[in-house]
Design a protein around this ligand. Structure first.
Ligand SMILES: Nc1ncnc2c1ncn2[C@@H]1O[C@H](COP(=O)(O)OP(=O)(O)O)[C@@H](O)[C@H]1O
Ligand SMILES: [Mg+2]
Length: 372
């Protein structure tokens, strides 16, 4: 039988890169042939950030960014294909998540819930000549789900066959956990809150750096207990799951509101140290609400933040903490591989059961198919 190849792609909350995985599946087990992160040009980052901040952006910016992100994804897929001498007909489908610019999973006064990902899939299908699956979240939302997090369905399918308690921790811009405990016939999972996003936003705002390499700047500061308490007061942390969140909530103005409540100014590096503590504490608290021991497999860019990992290891001393690498998946590639898998399920006409993680009323076919 011919080996079927898929390309999974996404740019996450952090907007640090377009992650691109070339994958085939061997009896449902992903075989990753290559993984590469492609740079997002700074002007495009700036344009997309203005949409995410929802301050000065207009519909023209939205339309333009949709096409530019689509082109960037298409070029990333084409580079991957050229590197491996692959023709369009060698790839069964591209699964493209695109870039989230707004995620509103809870109803507003119009009783409306929505999520918007940009990166026009028509452009991707046209430029690559490969069938493209995209718009993965909105069918789940239409079925009453939060449309996020979706990765837990993949974690369950790939890492779920464990005889002991196991949990997947994804440290992206936002942290999400998937509990794959033998006591739960099917796992559950949700966004715990920030992992890297506030750390990234604060260092960018303060020092102009894209991220806090190894957590070094956070390490140079001291945790401000009052600021930490103010931040822990955020109602999101106490909401029952299913729940999902993003930069619509955890952003600079959220942080600045807390900072103005302090009786005296806090040094920038102390803010960073406190933000790291906030991420570590909220993640560890949520995990220990469900399990007290077992195995935690970590993925996402936060695994490279040594100080964050040390703090998590300290707070979760009852657990064995390892990288998904231990089970053959590069921790940076997991989400891109997940979108390759989702696109395969969609091409096969198979619904995916996101309901334990999103609260949808039923499994759904995830995404639309954009043919060449
Ligand atoms: N060496 C590192 N030190 C500290 N943080 C890192 C390092 N490498 C990556 N990161 C963090 O990981 C983030 C990207 O993680 P990723 O899983 O791609 O998140 P997302 O899914 O939101 O894009 C970066 O923005 C950065 O905060
Ligand atoms: Mg990323």
């Amino acid at each position: 039988m011919k080996r079927e190849l898929y390309i999974g792609m996404l740019s996450g909350t952090s907007m640090d890169a377009v992650d691109c995985a070339l994958v085939s599946f061997n009896n449902g087990v992903p075989v990753v042939h290559d993984f590469e992160s492609f740079e997002i040009p700074q002007p495009l980052k700036t344009m997309v950030s203005s949409l995410i901040r929802n301050e000065t952006a207009d519909l023209k910016t939205y339309g333009t960014a949709d096409i530019l992100v689509g082109r960037l994804f298409a070029e990333s897929a084409l580079t991957m294909m050229q590197k491996h001498n692959l023709a369009p007909e060698d790839i069964t489908a591209i699964g493209s998540h695109g870039q989230t610019i707004w995620h509103q999973p809870v109803a507003d006064m119009h009783n409306s819930r929505f999520t918007i990902q940009i990166g026009d899939p028509n452009t991707i299908a046209h430029m690559t000549k490969v069938t493209t699956v995209a718009d993965f979240r909105r069918h789940d939302m239409a079925a009453g789900g939060q449309g996020a997090p979706l990765a837990p369905a993949f974690h369950q399918a790939i890492f779920g066959k464990s005889s002991s308690a196991r949990l997947i921790l994804n440290l992206g811009g936002i942290a999400n956990i998937t509990v794959l405990s033998p006591s739960h016939a099917i796992g559950f999972g949700y966004d715990t809150g920030p992992a890297n996003t506030l750390l990234d936003q604060w260092i960018r705002h303060s020092n102009g750096q894209e991220f806090d390499e190894d957590g070094g700047w956070a390490k140079s500061g001291k945790v401000n207990a009052l600021l930490l308490d103010l931040m822990l007061d955020e109602p999101y942390f106490l909401l029952p799951h299913p729940k999902s969140t993003g930069r619509e909530l955890f952003n600079l103005s959220w942080l600045q509101t807390k900072l103005t409540l302090l009786p005296e100014p806090c040094k920038p590096e102390d803010v960073q140290a406190t933000l790291l503590e906030l991420s570590a504490l909220t993640i560890a608290q949520q995990i220990t609400n469900h399990l007290t021991a077992g195995e935690i497999l970590v993925c996402g860019g936060g695994i490279h933040n040594r100080v964050l990992m040390e703090r998590l290891t300290g707070l979760l001393s009852g657990f064995r903490i390892a990288s998904t690498n231990q089970y053959g998946l590069n921790p940076d590639s997991v989400e891109a591989v997940a979108f390759a898998w989702f696109s395969q399920q969609t091409m096969l006409g198979l619904p995916i059961d996101f309901s334990p993680y999103t609260g949808a009323c039923k499994p759904v076919i995830a995404g639309g198919i954009y043919q060449v």
